[in-house]
Design a protein around this ligand. Structure first.
Ligand code: HEC
Ligand code: HEC
Length: 190
């Protein structure tokens, strides 16, 4: 019986390895390591203006990497990095990060004004900051410095999005700060 169990476990492990192998066939680990020099868990915990990519929506990550590559989204750091990426690299990196989890403890907010501003975001970013489709970004637990930079860039038109440029412009600079803090302080269960 023990022997049979052992074979069963080995078979299961083999299946898991095969599945991972299929999803990551030809996955460029060196490339991922280059991303991890900035987007790794411990750094994004410390550097508030770096985005957490773990658990972000797959379609959204792909679209952003392509936008950096074709210059429709401008950022000096990212532009250089994505220059040589193929569509396949982009799909694999987006798939990798969207499958990761990230834990961030929630913080008790003394200031509840961000929760009121959040009411304007719910229809697209979900009640808790998790969107219902794969194309729009989750905001839940994202770093506040990064979120605020994006809202300011949408407001100034430096970052383009028909929807978000209008929404960011309807907020005062204080409201942008409050809502960025709100999403950060919600933390992430995983
Ligand atoms: C030198 C540091 C650095 C490296 C290396 C780096 N990034 Fe970034 N990345 C950033 C910064 C900073 C931003 C935020 C840009 C902004 O404020 O618009 C960013 C933004 C992004 C975004 C947009 C996230 C969002 O929520 O819209 C994606 C996707 C991304 N990076 C993926 C990658 C991938 C994949 C790699 C590796 C191929 C990589 N990055 C390597 C610093 C880096
Ligand atoms: C009508 C739908 C809609 C509403 C309402 C909306 N958003 Fe968005 N939001 C989007 C879409 C779509 C994007 C992706 C834009 C792109 O393609 O770059 C986005 C992107 C963002 C980003 C960039 C995230 C990242 O990872 O870079 C931030 C920050 C953001 N929204 C904040 C907000 C806030 C705060 C509110 C409420 C005050 C809000 N949004 C309301 C649709 C919406």
């Amino acid at each position: 019986m023990k022997g049979l169990q052992r074979i069963g476990v080995r078979f299961l492990l083999g299946c898991i390895a095969l599945n991972i192998g299929a999803a990551y066939a030809g996955f460029n680990k060196g490339l991922l390591n280059s991303c991890e020099s900035c987007h790794n868990e411990s750094l994004v915990n410390q550097v508030d203006i770096y985005p957490i990519l773990h658990g972000q929506k797959q379609g959204y990550l792909e679209a952003q990497l392509k936008a950096f590559r074709d210059g429709t989204r401008e950022n000096a750091l990212m532009a250089d990095i994505v220059k040589g990426l193929s569509d396949k690299d982009i799909t694999q990196l987006a798939t990798h990060y969207s499958n990761q989890t990230f834990f961030k403890a929630p913080k008790q907010a003394a200031d509840r004004r961000g929760a009121d501003v959040r009411a304007r975001c719910v229809s697209c970013h979900g009640l808790s900051g998790k969107t219902i489709n794969t194309e729009w970004p989750n905001l839940l637990g994202q770093n506040s410095g990064y979120l605020l930079n994006q809202l300011n860039n949408f407001a100034s038109g430096e970052r383009k999005s028909v929807i978000m440029q209008q929404i960011a412009n309807e907020l005062t600079p204080e409201q942008r700060q409050q809502v960025a803090l709100y999403y950060d302080q919600q933390g992430r269960a995983q």
